[in-house]
Design a binder for this molecule. Structure first.
Ligand code: SF4
Length: 492
């Protein structure tokens, strides 16, 4: 007796090509509004601010007060919504989602928010993160006769809520469901008359509360509040369930909070926007401090510092400030590479077609360069960039990475590619240096990264660093990959 997936209001779906990217793929972004006459438009702008968290699909569901309307599609927020779509989504409460698929494939069926009908009414669910137990729970539900319409772990949650037989309404159904679904997540749910937001007990994925006049907002990152002119109120606490109904916010500790909490450190390293604050720590400031720590850990004689645009520029400026070595624009990035970009074939690549980055010979010729990057995943991009710098005349290239070697997969909502492809898997730092062609290489230590991000605003909190250390704060199902829910047999 699972929930029914409501029909989509827009059916046109184009073919999809993933964005060619250098790093781990972003995850998802969620945004919610309670009590604003332009809830859908606010959500549109909120999602636009969170676009970096997911470029594959976008969706908004609104409550008119007695029913839910939704619109979802493949592509960027600006591709999915036309003015007439937003005009049709009339209602004072809304929830929105941008997605990069961390569980399930990139199809419209897996786009969110998913909208289901339950005995308690309609429910829209927007989910950032992963339920590590989804595979086993889904297998049990299928054995009991449940039929699934998507390969997303979010639908497993919707089924559990729909099947809840006890009392206590939607809140209780959600809390009981989350006792089975462990992992790292931030969820925003909308019914006809209330908005709910909940964060996993370790606080792995971020989620914040904001206000705009009398309206309440929730968002994955605070940059979305700035975009719509809202004020940041506070972060949703690990394990906390926030419910907004009749204009009033209520909060309860729905699940016991882990101690210490474990926010994803990769949010600071790479995913989050530099103008966001996570747990009171500005992301740009944290990245600058990573650069300073890199200098302290591995100083080097050089003529200039450059950062791989865009996510590494903050760390590179921190390195430059601490070292006194001038920061320069050595690599120019084409900002228009999008998801429909056609990659050059081998012939043109061999002719030296420089699609994404162009080195500035004027700056680089004869120079000893410090190249700062946030992380290395497969190593192909950084190897290419180093060879571009050398072709442009750089005499030495000293690589400094603002995070430790990336050796383990993420099970909490980040797509890390196949761990067998990670350049640091099975290699020591000297072997990686050789593989990428740098003159020297240093990775920021785990301790240096923790110091750089700091926990001043949140004493007693810690970080998830599992992709660097292999120490997972929530036990994981090692067999569960991105497509775990698409296997023919879902037995654990
Ligand atoms: S494993 Fe890495 S990417 Fe995943 S939540 Fe932990 S720190 Fe973040």
């Amino acid at each position: 007796m699972g929930g029914r997936i409501a029909p989509d209001l827009r059916l046109a779906v184009g073919a999809f090509r993933p964005v060619p990217g250098k790093g781990p793929r972003d995850e998802c972004g969620v945004f919610g509004v309670y009590g604003h006459p332009e809830a859908a438009r606010l959500t549109y702008y909120g999602l636009y601010a969170l676009q970096h968290r997911g470029e594959e699909s976008a969706g908004i569901a609104v409550s008119t007060g007695d029913r839910l309307l939704s619109h979802r599609g493949m592509g960027l927020v600006t591709d999915v919504f036309r003015d007439e779509d937003l005009a049709r989504l009339q209602g004072p409460h809304a929830v929105g989602h941008v997605r990069y698929s961390t569980t399930g494939s990139s199809t419209l069926a897996n786009a969110q928010p998913i909208v289901v009908e339950t005995r308690r009414g309609s429910l829209a669910v927007a989910h950032n993160g992963n339920f590590v137990t989804a595979r086993a729970v889904r297998a049990r539900l299928e054995d009991e006769g449940a039929i699934f319409s998507t390969t997303s772990d979010t639908e497993v949650l919707a089924h559990l809520i729909a099947r809840h037989r006890g009392g206590g309404g939607i809140e209780e159904a959600l809390v009981v469901a989350l006792q089975e679904l462990t992992g790292g997540y931030a969820l925003v749910l909308l019914t006809e008359d209330r908005l709910l937001a909940v964060r996993d007990p370790h606080g792995i994925r971020p989620l914040s509360l904001g206000r705009l006049g009398d309206a309440w907002l929730v968002a994955s990152e605070t940059c979305a509040f700035d975009t719509v002119g809202a004020e940041f109120v506070r972060d949703v606490a690990p394990g906390e369930l926030v419910m907004i109904r009749d204009g009033h916010l209520r909060s309860r500790q729905a699940l016991p909070a882990a101690s210490p909490s474990r926010i994803c450190v990769f949010e600071y390293v790479y995913f989050a926007r530099p103008d966001s604050n996570l747990q009171g720590r500005n992301v740009h400031a944290a990245r600058k401090e990573m650069g300073r720590e890199l200098w302290r850990e591995a100083p080097v004689e050089a003529d200039l510092v450059i950062g791989v645009p865009d996510s590494s520029i903050s760390a590179a400026t921190g390195f430059a400030e601490a070292s006194g070595i001038p920061y320069e624009m050595g690599l120019i990035k084409n900002r228009y590479i999008g998801r429909t970009f056609i990659q050059p074939q081998q012939g043109l690549r061999a002719q030296g077609v420089k699609i994404k980055h162009n080195p500035l010979r004027l700056i680089l010729e004869g120079k000893r360069v410090v190249l700062v990057d946030d992380s290395i995943v497969r190593g192909t991009t950084i190897r290419h960039l180093i060879s571009l710098l050398r072709e442009a005349g750089a005499r030495e290239v000293h690589l400094r990475i603002a995070s430790p070697p990336y050796r383990f997969g993420c099970h909490y909502g980040i797509d890390t590619a196949d761990i067998r492809d990670l350049v640091a898997r099975g290699r020591d730092v000297e072997a990686i240096r050789e593989a990428v062609g740098a003159d020297s290489l240093h990775y920021l230590s785990v301790e240096g990264l923790a110091r750089a991000v700091g926990t001043a605003g949140y004493p007693g909190s810690g970080f998830c660093m599992a992709c660097f250390t292999g120490e997972y704060p929530v036990p994981v199902d090692e067999k569960a990959g991105k497509f775990a829910l698409e296997a023919r047999r879902h037995a654990p």
